[in-house]
Design a protein around this ligand. Structure first.
Ligand code: GDP
Ligand code: ZN
Length: 305
């Protein structure tokens, strides 16, 4: 028996990468799993047995406990959300950025922020200067909260090496709206991947192909990156309440110790340290507005049902 990691699931086969290297083994799951109602997932750490007939096939015998379990895309043990936005084209949508950060936090993932198309910051002229100013503010805001922010440009060929280093030892899923440069970025992070970018699909006169299976690709020595975008549904999970949304804003969690009431949701409560911090400029007002909108949305939804 050997230890390994499932890197791909397709047509009833689980492709297991043996720990310590070697060729991927195409495994069937042991019949017992079906009886127990469990199915192996990409990202699962497993024990498996390879047939000794040189066929490259085998059987998954045992699944190790999972640290996280994403539903869409179905991945086990994912620990990182690589959240991708372009500095411009399309314009950076901060509501969506904060939503991705909350969804990642709720799924138990650490977020790394990647700002693509950094070449657009280099232009001369007023527009580029204004964009530089806005993006620099944004970087400061998110770094102060504790998120790491990386800049990349597929066009200028910059930033991918630093990001690759940050992904070592992690299982990551990429999140970001279409057109921000995810495919271009992934192709640079994992050169074996060759995802079709919009430019290419436009040339060929078809929409981008969508992969129907999930696969983890190696990034550098020890990073793994899913080729399927994460958080395709932008809905908050049904079971969460406004207190979970509050817990997903790290800077407000830190301030909440100073709130008058325990369990303060920082909405209308008196003696709220978070609202005070927003008013006197210690905390970012736009983050607060997004927090209040998300918390209210989740609370209203709970009332309806
Ligand atoms: P995806 O939809 O997020 O996967 O984005 P793509 O990788 O397909 O890129 C979308 C568009 O942005 C394409 O037209 C790319 O040429 C363009 N693009 C991607 N990366 C960069 C970059 O670093 N700089 C600039 N200026 N454009 C880029
Ligand atoms: Zn409060």
């Amino acid at each position: 028996m050997q230890d390994g990691l499932i890197v791909k699931a397709l047509s009833g086969f689980y492709y297991v990468q043996p720990e310590g290297g070697g060729d991927v083994v195409a495994c069937r799951a042991r019949g017992l799993f079906k009886k127990q109602g469990v199915s192996p997932l990409v990202g699962d750490r497993v024990r498996f047995e390879a047939k000794d007939d040189g066929s490259g096939e085998g059987t998954v015998i045992e699944l190790m406990p999972r640290s996280t379990e994403l539903v869409r895309p179905p991945i086990a043990n994912c620990d990182t959300a690589l959240i991708v936005f372009a500095v411009a084209r399309p314009e950076l949508n901060r509501t969506l950025l904060d939503k991705f950060l909350v969804l990642a936090e709720l799924a138990g993932l650490e977020s790394i922020l990647c700002l693509t198309k950094a070449d657009l910051l280099d232009g001369a002229g007023e527009d580029a200067a204004a964009l530089r100013g806005r993006i620099e503010e944004l970087r400061k805001t998110y770094e102060a909260i504790g998120y790491r922010v990386f800049f990349t440009s597929a066009r200028a060929g910059t930033g991918a090496d630093e990001l690759r280093v940050a992904l070592q030892g992690r299982i990551a899923v990429v999140a970001g709206q279409s057109g921000v440069g995810k495919s271009s970025l992934l192709n640079r992070l994992a050169p074996g991947l060759s995802l079709e970018t919009n430019e290419i699909s436009e040339k060929l006169g078809r929409g981008k192909h969508t992969t129907r299976h999930v696969e983890l690709f190696r990034v550098g020595e020890s990073g793994l990156l899913a080729d399927t975008p994460g958080f395709s549904s932008l809905e908050f999970p049904e079971e969460i309440g406004p207190e979970d949304v509050a817990a997903a804003f790290p800077e407000f969690v830190r301030l909440a110790e100073g709130c008058k009431f325990r369990g303060c949701l920082h909405l209308k409560e008196p003696g709220c340290r978070v609202r005070q911090a927003v008013e006197n400029g210690e905390a970012d007002a736009e983050r607060y507005d997004h927090y209040a909108a998300f918390a209210t949305e989740v609370r209203e939804r709970k009332r309806r049902y």
